[in-house]
Design a protein around this ligand. Sequence first.
Ligand code: HEC
Ligand code: HEC
Length: 292
Amino acid sequence: MKEENINKQNQGTGLNRRKFITTAGVLATGLMVTGLTGCSNETVANLEKDSEQNKDSSQVSAVAATKAETAASIPWKYNKLDVELVRKRGYEYYFKGGCCYTAARALLDTLTESSGGQWSTIPRDMFLYGAGGAYSWGTLCGALNGALAVINLASAKHKELGNELIGWYTKNPFPSNKHESYCKVKNQITTISDSPLCHVSVSKWVSAAGARVNEKEKKDRCAKLSGDTAAKAAELLNQALENKVVLAYKVSDEYSHCMTCHQGKDSLRDDEQGKMDCLYCHGDHTMTGKKK
Ligand code: HEC
Ligand code: HEC
């Protein structure tokens, strides 16, 4: 039978050629389409019926597949990380997918090598969204975002470690000089962001460096910052492994008193969410009339 004839015949049963071939393929793997030459409408109807049944069984197997593919619950086991390797990778991968991607991938690739198993199953490309503080919105620094996701996967103490990483980031002079042997732009000026926001971190540095956001100096700065942030995450994960986590970050006295009235269910107002430095954006109304 010629192809047009098959098409014509199938039209009457609502089975188009593509579905016909798919169905035939599912039911009779190995049976050539030519093997069905001359099939009657009845055969086609049976194929449809069978395909309904087949759909049921394929649904069952889809459920089974879903079950089998459910990720193991976290935290996932890991072995000690090579902090300096993470730092270098965190610099390098930046040029492939940005800050969030590189921080996550530097950690995940190193974990895959040191700890194998599940660590290879996380698609690295899922971290592309975080670049520029999430699609260039300048919110949470992508290097933090990517590193925090991996910390959450790896450690039961992710809250403490994550909080420490963010706090450390806000007070660390970026970029470090630990990339000098391989970076493109050497000896860059450093700034302390006092904020976990990409916007603040980048614009403060760009202004201090007399640079421009879309030039290579800024890209190199953010690549180094990403490496440094991923390396710090690796360091914290290593500490957690040995139960020796050093929680050094403390909310500054300058604004910790703001929290006593504005944050927490027992506070006077309980009308604020966040740990960022209040004075960056607000005045201190409790100091009115007093010398600061
Ligand atoms: C002793 C409690 C207390 C402390 C400490 C405190 N606040 Fe308030 N804050 C209040 C109260 C009560 C109000 C609402 C009434 C008012 O406007 O005075 C308020 C209002 C505000 C508002 C709303 C805007 C406004 O001015 O009405 C902001 C913003 C604010 N506080 C920020 C801060 C910051 C930043 C700090 C720390 C530097 C701080 N607060 C410390 C009690 C406090
Ligand atoms: C990155 C900047 C930023 C930081 C940091 C920040 N805030 Fe705000 N906050 C804002 C903005 C913007 C608003 C909205 C102001 C508006 O629309 O009136 C706001 C609103 C508030 C309000 C409600 C204001 C009102 O009009 O009643 C309070 C209270 C407040 N912030 C307290 C705090 C405290 C306490 C901290 C520190 C723990 C803090 N904020 C840190 C930017 C910030």
